[in-house]
Design a protein around this ligand. Structure first.
Ligand SMILES: Cc1cc2nc3c(=O)[nH]c(=O)nc-3n(C[C@H](O)[C@H](O)[C@H](O)COP(=O)(O)OP(=O)(O)OC[C@H]3O[C@@H](n4cnc5c(N)ncnc54)[C@H](O)[C@@H]3O)c2cc1C
Length: 344
């Protein structure tokens, strides 16, 4: 049994920042994440994209921000259970919780903080009968490591920001890109759409509007895709197709924990980001409330207030006085014995 002060479900940016805020209040955290590395969407979907709206960073690569959050949390010696999904929560008679993962690892704490973001990552997959045969053999739903595809010719499907951003990125890096969209109206930012048309005019991209990839061909690996438009079918030789239709949010098992859910998100009180289950908080993309914005910055604020409220649950008899970090500095747990105990 892993014992800690706060069990954080989700090691995305918001869960990681909660470690730091909790550490300032001498609270220890243990994080559970279904994917094998910390960073959430930043690590899984867009590690090489620059983010421009983190205060103090005019521009920071998503992967770099994850590294910095890990560095900031390090003095507080967080524990991690990675590659395991939090499957169940049980409230104990004394009000504490046990969270058990898909691999049976048990975690015990007085407070649970759900920072599960979009939940498990479920890309929206096109309905093509043999698509599963080519997954990771030419068909990729996420552009994770763009360096390996630079200069390669490819087909990208989709009309949103992700499809347009990557089509432009690769065309500018020397790839020839077929961009396929089922309409001639794109949801992406208008500057991106204008840039895509410019690249097409310069012969670096071909736009297939009112088109859909409907057939995949190849033996072991993808060899070509067939694009259907109203008038014709075009076979494009390619070993790379990115259907970028976004991620469909799936709360997964958390959806069955008795939490109040609205549109796939957990309803919280903005006083302290507590859910309808006392002692269980929800922060970051996973929660909802009037005016909610799914931004990293907003998740950081939510984490800070939720940790303050957690302190009162964990230390009901103590009063906490907020001190600026400029005054108290950052005193980590380096010289303390770890409080977490792990019993196999
Ligand atoms: C392409 C793209 C660009 C973006 N650009 C920006 C931007 O410029 N600025 C900005 O502020 N935001 C941006 N965002 C949004 C930003 O990434 C999210 O707001 C942020 O990731 C939310 O952080 P989080 O920690 O709440 O959740 P996430 O990053 O989603 O992390 C949640 C983690 O929880 C884990 N998890 C979920 N359920 C379980 C479970 N049951 N058990 C174990 N683990 C679980 C998941 O595996 C995941 O790792 C962008 C998003 C995308 C997709």
């Amino acid at each position: 049994m892993i014992k800690t002060d706060i069990i954080i479900i989700g090691a995305g940016p918001v869960g990681l920042f909660a470690i730091f805020e909790a550490g300032l209040m001498k609270l220890r955290c243990h994080l559970i994440d279904a994917i094998p590395q910390p960073g959430g969407q930043l690590a899984e979907i867009y590690p090489k994209k620059p983010i421009y709206d983190i205060p103090g960073y005019p521009s920071v690569l998503a992967g770099e921000l994850v590294d910095k959050l890990m560095e900031q949390a390090a003095p507080f010696k967080p524990g991690f259970t990675l590659g395991e999904r939090a499957d169940s929560i049980e409230k104990q008679e004394d009000g504490t919780f046990i969270v058990t993962t898909s691999k049976g690892t048990q975690h015990h704490a007085p407070v649970v903080m759900i920072a599960g973001g979009l939940g498990s990552f479920e890309p929206r997959k096109p309905l093509i009968i043999n698509i599963a045969d080519f997954e990771d053999k030419g068909v990729r739903y996420i552009v994770k490591d763009p360096d390996q595809f630079e200069g390669k010719d490819m087909v990208i499907s989709g009309g949103g920001d992700s499809a347009l951003d990557w089509a432009i990125y690769f065309a500018e890096k020397g790839s020839f890109v077929h961009l396929v969209h089922r309409s001639d109206r794109f949801r992406a930012h208008k500057d991106s759409v204008a840039r895509a048309y410019e690249l097409a005019a310069n012969g670096k991209m071909q736009l297939h509007t009112f088109g859909e990839v409907k057939e995949l061909e190849g033996n072991d690996e993808l060899e070509s895709v067939v694009i259907h438009t109203k008038e014709e079918k075009t076979t494009v030789k390619t070993d790379l197709w990115f259907p970028l239709f976004g991620l469909s949010p799936k709360l997964g098992p958390i959806g069955n924990w008795g939490l109040e859910i609205e549109k796939n998100a957990i309803v919280v009180d903005t006083f302290d980001y507590q859910t309808n289950l006392p002692g269980v908080f929800a922060i970051g993309d996973v929660n909802t409330y009037p005016g909610k914005l799914k931004l990293i910055l907003c998740g950081f604020h939510e984490a800070t207030l939720a940790v303050q409220a957690s302190y009162k649950i964990i230390n009901p008899d103590k009063k906490f006085t907020l001190k600026y970090t400029t005054v108290q500095g950052v005193q980590g747990f380096e010289n303390e014995q770890p409080k977490e105990t792990v019993t196999p």
